[in-house]
Design a protein around this ligand. Structure first.
Ligand SMILES: Cc1cc2nc3c(=O)[nH]c(=O)nc-3n(C[C@H](O)[C@H](O)[C@H](O)COP(=O)(O)OP(=O)(O)OC[C@H]3O[C@@H](n4cnc5c(N)ncnc54)[C@H](O)[C@@H]3O)c2cc1C
Length: 358
């Protein structure tokens, strides 16, 4: 398999690079170890038995666009109805993706070739410096070890994971030393209201969950609690609702090695405490809980704040949310970093030379 560019990762950064370079005429291949796109913008369908299921976001719950570049970029998706204004996390003016969060990265990927469940194992240094497709990317898919070649490789994996993929002694390995993303536990709790008391009353569920979310978010150790029903394009039938509890990175770090069921019990206990003295919400019954551990959630110390991306002359580049100014959220930094790198690759002219030689 050959392309002008191999992009490792299909989160916001990888999907943006693919979108920009495909539009500029490059052939792009995306490899992602996950089963779908989105990276830390992923959602999960929680099965409730039979045909019944609900969708919850386990990662980034909403999009905040502060920079004119990101705001301009999102305009067409707002016009198409893919993005809608949302209250998002409490107190923030943000946008939410209609349906599953990954719909945005899926749309950006568009015509680029993408391989999921394709875990990159290593990137080999140019073995024939003069050859047009000189980078060899070794990946594992379906139990097989496979290779792909390209003139350029863009790594968008979190810094710890990117470091492990870089060729030994590569200068970027040192540049990434000390750059860490903090971990985070997330627990999605699905509730129902007994039908006898409330027949098919979504309004009641949402009112109760909103009040509950405010109380849960006040507990130390919790970063935020989000009502999933409020997001656009989510179909919660009848008396069902979901609350996603994001534990604070500090709390998550301390409890990082705990079993998932203990984290679920912790989230349930917070809900129980929050219901105390709040008679209305007591009629909510817990139906299901789903816990996800993010080992790499959001940048902690941004030592690459003064850089927008890293790019070597020889065609190996890095971008992602651990680059850029701290005034922006992780998602916006991922976009800005990927955009800046794509622009640099296009204006360097090396992509068109690679296509001409292929
Ligand atoms: C719970 C949570 C809440 C958040 N809340 C916010 C918020 O409110 N606002 C905000 O701005 N940001 C928030 N973020 C952060 C935001 O989601 C990230 O900053 C952003 O999504 C990062 O995008 P990315 O493309 O740089 O990286 P990622 O989304 O991590 O993409 C990297 C991709 O690389 C793939 N990959 C890694 N290693 C390999 C390999 N060896 N082979 C193949 N593929 C590989 C991964 O599967 C992944 O798909 C939150 C994140 C989490 C987890």
């Amino acid at each position: 398999m050959r392309g002008d560019v191999i992009v490792i990762g299909s989160g916001m950064a990888g999907a943006t690079v693919a979108h920009r370079l495909t539009a500029a005429g490059a052939s792009v291949i995306i490899l992602d170890k996950a089963r779908g796109s989105g990276g830390r913008m992923s959602s999960k369908r929680v099965s409730l038995g039979g045909d019944l299921s609900v969708t919850v976001d386990l990662g980034c719950p909403a999009i905040e666009a502060k920079s004119p570049d990101f705001q301009d970029f999102l305009k067409s998706f707002i016009a198409d109805g893919l993005l809608t204004k949302s209250s998002g996390a409490p107190g923030r003016d943000s946008l939410a993706v209609r349906g599953r969060s990954s719909a945005l990265t899926r749309t950006l990927i568009g015509a680029a070739e993408v391989r999921f469940s394709a875990k990159v194992l290593s990137i080999r240094a140019p073995f024939q410096p003069e050859a047009s497709h000189r980078w060899e990317v070794v990946y594992e898919q379906g139990g097989k070890t496979l290779q792909a070649w390209a003139s350029h490789v863009v790594i968008t994996a979190p810094p710890e994971q990117a470091q492990a993929l870089l060729p030994e002694d590569h200068v970027f390995r040192k540049a990434l030393n000390g750059i860490h993303l903090v971990p985070q536990w997330v627990c999605a709790l699905v509730f129902s209201l007994p039908a006898a008391e409330h027949s098919d009353r979504q309004e009641d569920v949402v009112t109760m969950l909103k009040a509950l979310a405010r109380r849960v978010a006040m507990h130390p150790g919790v970063e935020t609690a989000i009502v999933e029903n409020e997001k656009p394009g989510r179909t919660f039938s009848g008396n069902l609702g979901a609350l996603t509890v994001h534990f604070a990175p500090g709390w998550s770090q301390v409890h990082i090695d705990e079993a998932k069921d203990r984290i679920a019990r912790q989230a349930q206990e917070l809900v129980r405490l929050s219901m105390d003295g709040f008679a209305d919400s007591k009629s909510l019954e817990l139906v299901s809980s789903h816990v996800h551990r993010w080992l790499y959630s959001q940048p902690g110390r941004l030592t690459l704040a003064d850089q927008r991306y890293l790019s070597g002359d020889e065609g190996l580049s890095l971008c992602g949310d651990y680059f850029g100014a701290t005034e922006f959220g992780g998602l916006e930094r991922a976009f800005l970093s990927a955009s800046a790198l794509s622009e640099a690759l296009q204006s360097s002219g090396s992509l068109s030379r690679a296509s001409a030689h292929a």
